[in-house]
Design a protein around this ligand. Sequence first.
Ligand code: SF4
Length: 698
Amino acid sequence: AVQDFDKVVDSVCPFCGVGCQTKVAVKDNRIVQVDGRDGYANENRLCVKGRFGFDYAMSPERLTKPLIRRDDAPKAGDIDMRDVDPLTVFREATWEEALERAAGGLTSIMAAHGGQALAGFGSAKGSNEEAYLFQKLIRQGFGTNNIDHCTRLCHASSVAALMEGVGSGAVSAPFNDAMKAECIIVIGARPTTNHPVAATYFKQAAKLGKQLIVMDPRGQDLMRHATHSLKFKPGTDVAMLNALIHVIIEEQLYDEQYIQANVAGFEALKEKVKDFSPEAMADICRVPAETLRDVARTYAKAERSIIFWGMGISQHTHGTDNSRCLIALALITGQIGRPGTGLHPLRGQNNVQGASDAGLIPMYYPDYKSVENPDIRGTYENFWGQTLDPKTGLTVVEIIDAIHDDVIKGMYVMGENPAMSDPDQAHARGALARLEHLVVQDIFLTETAWHADVVLPASVHAEKLGTFTNTNRQVQIGRPALDLPGEARQDLDIIIDLAHRIGLDWNYGHVSEVYTEMAAVMPSLKHISWERVEREESVIYPADGPDQPGNEIIFSTSFPTADGRGRIVPADLLPPDEVPDEDYPLVLTTGRLLEHWHTGAMTRRAGVLDAIEPQGIASMNPREIGRRGLHQGEMIAIETRRGTVEAILRADREVADGMVFMPFCFNESPANMLTNPMLDPFGKIPEFKYCAARIVAP
Ligand code: SF4
């Protein structure tokens, strides 16, 4: 361990939604060590990303000067960015010129076509204050609700179901409550990979004798600790979950009293699941009927049961239906609103909860207040002194489609990388290249920034002061440990400067002023002042008073719905949008690796992490590899109806026969070239977890 630090700064991890509290040790303006703090979410623990993934912040690839695309530069789609000197495509510019160019391009489009021709992607890695100001700029400055971020690609369907079912998109209990539960269900999530510190609580709980039920079409590490492991057929979540509900109803394991007092829609659910007996569903979901009955009884009979889920549930064209089933399970058994019970979609990015809360979504102002409600809109119009767009805006994939349709002509993208994260990437990249004007604010020349007309060099997490909200609803303070490199600027300052240049009369002297304005319009942050977050480091919302601790458990007396009741919406069994056939006989599913975070923009520039996982891979079961005459380590080509991508073949017993798994972080093997952009009708989330594929000669 390095001993002679210049300083040690208390902050939070920049990667996943667990939001581990950290101590960042700095020497000569370089991070030299990161340790865990004794925070509520992590109790001194960190995973490999949090502990060793920090050097991306000091990468020589950091953007340090504003860039403007050269007039004679080729379109991004016509070049391979890995082979090109950026300065042949862009020229360095002063901030004055770059911001004038950025604002000028956006205002010209507004003048010619109206604000509806513009859109913005904000960031779930930025702070709450940045998210709040970014959505304010798009709504107040552009006059449109075409504002979204990567929640649309991760838990949008979960949030749609939760808003409909329990009136709030946030978790009902923290993940630490696994320790208080008797039964823990983890479905469609791989916490040891994607939320590793949260996974330590699940493993600990299992060691203490709790029932741990892990349901995942792929095998996973957590199954070694599980009492029940269900490797169900991909895409059959509703069949399996409705079978559990069927058993609970048939065997009268539901909580009649709780339903009478708190739940609407039980009769319709009863009717719907009549035909979903475990015996009828066993062949469909490939789980024995007796196992389904055992799981249903275990969950319903336990004094305290809690459900965690991830993108295996949400990233489907029936993602909202999948979540509706989980909500129904909790509501009919009364397994919600008490310690050790509840519903917890494990949130992805470190601030995806906060960015969504702050209104970085097209249908809601901060705190999920509908943009289509005239009273609420009137409040914001008075507050911001501006007539606002009365219609729900376009979502991430809809914005990409609207560019191809010549409806959207200009974009402001901050800290998002749609050229890697969006489905059907040829389509998404084609849209970015087609824009009349694209402004990208980021820390690296990402795959998206390569398409930009103006690139604005921004700040990493370790350079900024702000609040971040983790998956537990903990509002936490992140503090600056490093000076900004070169001419890079704080994201908040860039947003404010751009706002001034498109004519907004904003006046913020300090980030705390933005927080205070945001908290004033967000009931969830009542009693949680900036000073309190600074003082306490981490406060769970909602809190009942300035001196009261935040409520870890919500919905203990009622739900924040119109009538105070939870609402069951029964789900039908629908097939995935694109099922395997003779031409494309395999199922392609995508996800993450432990060492790399989302599109890899940060972790592929982190030395230790990239050394462990340095190249694009595709994983298949060794049996499947053998059957096809393939060999581990060879280059294969994976093809879908949208494209072909080459990757190194990895043998992985966790991948089921007939499946291929690809992480989406490798730009040399971009999995999202292959994925299906078809959307869930409610959450508008694409079907990343399932499409038809085949292996062809590379
Ligand atoms: Fe960071 Fe998440 Fe790992 Fe914690 S679990 S150290 S928040 S990546």
